[in-house]
Design a protein. Structure first.
Length: 303
């Protein structure tokens, strides 16, 4: 049985087609990445999986339970950490987690609540009022709330956006442990290095459609070889090498060029061409292709 099965899901907001026929199957025990630029439809899809929004057409099941016709069972099997910091300002951390347990009909849950707080470094804030917490601590409580009923499926929507390195390391250690114990984890993140380190399989969304779905190794194999990053102290890239140049996002670094190479035997001919053109190399780095390279290439395709 699939942990999450999404079949031909469509969602439109007036003139905006947020999801255009998304189909995905996430198997039990996977650490699955859902990636895409802003506006790709990731949060809309997660809202539909969580039962917070309804698709115009198509179906979604969680652990075999339809999120519309069998909402209660589906919701019990999933824990969602949203992007937004939503909290009740009138309760302490411990009270908040006890109430969350009550929503799922769980009594005498203090042992597991204590374990969650310890693993998320919340123990010393257990009796602190929610409104007195920093933004990072509030996000830890959101994560704790999603885990309080021990859901077999955990969905993390940008869980480390804007938080410190310490929380990232603490969170990933705990989530990796839960994944090893059999929990299915679905992650959306803009930190592609996190996705590459954690996820076994990845789907990439673009304009509401799945444009890539593969194992992490399979995706990275789409870009063979490596990149050569050059900074020229003198001269400019000769025309014979311009076809290898990779467009760079953001503000370009002066005199810096990145070339795609398929294997290391191409390095010497490139250096020879630069010498012939009178170029002086100030800095040179060779880098293996990674998930970010794949992401940028896939998002560029078809523009």
């Amino acid at each position: 049985m699939a942990a999450i099965k999404i079949t031909n899901v469509e969602k439109r907001y007036q003139s905006l087609q947020a999801l255009g026929g998304v189909s995905l199957t996430i198997e039990e025990g996977e650490f699955f990445g859902l990636l895409g630029p802003n506006g790709a439809g990731k949060t809309t899809l997660i809202s539909i999986i969580a039962g917070l929004n309804r698709a115009d057409s198509g179906t979604v099941t969680v652990q075999g339970h339809d999120v519309v016709t069998d909402y209660r069972a589906a919701r019990k099997n999933i824990g969602v950490v949203p992007q937004e910091l939503v909290f009740d300002p009138f309760f302490t951390v411990r009270e908040t987690l006890r109430m969350q347990s009550g929503y799922f009909g769980i009594k005498n849950n203090d042992k597991w609540i204590g374990e969650i707080m310890e693993n998320l470094d919340l123990s010393n804030k257990a009796d602190v009022n929610m409104r007195a917490l920093s933004g990072g601590m509030k996000r830890r409580v959101l994560i704790a709330q999603a885990l309080v009923h021990k859901p077999p499926v955990i969905v993390l929507d940008e869980p480390t956006a804007g938080v410190d390195v310490e929380l990232r390391q603490t969170l990933w250690k705990f989530i990796a442990r839960l994944n090893k114990e059999g929990h299915t984890v679905v992650l959306t993140t803009h930190y592609l290095e996190e996705a590459q380190a954690l996820c076994n399989r990845v789907a990439m969304l673009k304009a509401g459609k799945v444009v890539a779905l593969d194992s992490m190794a399979g995706l990275i194999k789409r870009i063979s070889g490596a990149q050569m990053k050059l900074k020229l102290g003198q001269g400019s890239l000769p025309d014979s090498l311009r076809a290898l140049a990779i467009p760079q996002d953001g503000t370009p670094v002066a005199n810096q060029t990145v070339l795609r190479i398929t294997n290391y035997s191409e390095v010497e001919p490139i250096l020879a061409a630069l010498r012939m053109a009178g170029c002086v190399i100030e800095d040179l780095q060779l880098q293996q292709a990674d998930l970010e390279d794949v992401f940028l290439q896939i998002m560029e395709d078809g523009k």
